[in-house]
Design a protein around this ligand. Structure first.
Ligand code: FES
Length: 122
């Protein structure tokens, strides 16, 4: 099966935003967080929590259902050693964000919201 770069929108539209797309048969979340744009499975590997509603602390996203925490800068590693969050490669060309997907498909945005920041103690 050949992979394809799927266009998901303008880079500027992801600043501080999380969006979830239907790409083929998968939900893919794309977020502009601290230090970059990340694409990851829109459903948590524990019990399918909606990852585009995750709380954010830097590049750590916390599932809203049972608080599994995933490090997007470390290949989606769950910080307690549970199953990782699947991630997708991202590239930005001419200000347009693309996600590397397993097959040719188009992206349809399902939801978009500002990133929900976690409380960080001073
Ligand atoms: S569904 Fe995400 S932690 Fe349980």
């Amino acid at each position: 099966m050949s992979s394809s770069w799927i266009e998901v929108g303008a880079e500027a539209d992801f600043a501080g935003q999380m969006k979830v797309f239907q790409i083929g048969r998968k939900k893919v979340a794309v977020a502009g967080l601290d230090g970059g744009i990340f694409a990851f499975d829109g459903l948590c590997p524990h019990a399918f929590g909606p990852m585009h509603r995750a709380e954010v602390d830097g590049a750590i996203v916390t599932c809203p259902y049972h608080a599994w925490r995933f490090d997007l800068r470390d290949a989606g590693r769950e910080i307690h050693g549970y199953r990782p969050l699947a991630m997708y490669d991202v590239k930005v060309e001419a200000g347009i964000v693309h996600v590397l997907f397993e097959a040719a498909a188009s992206a349809v945005v399902l939801d978009s919201r500002p990133c929900k920041l976690s409380y960080v103690a001073a």
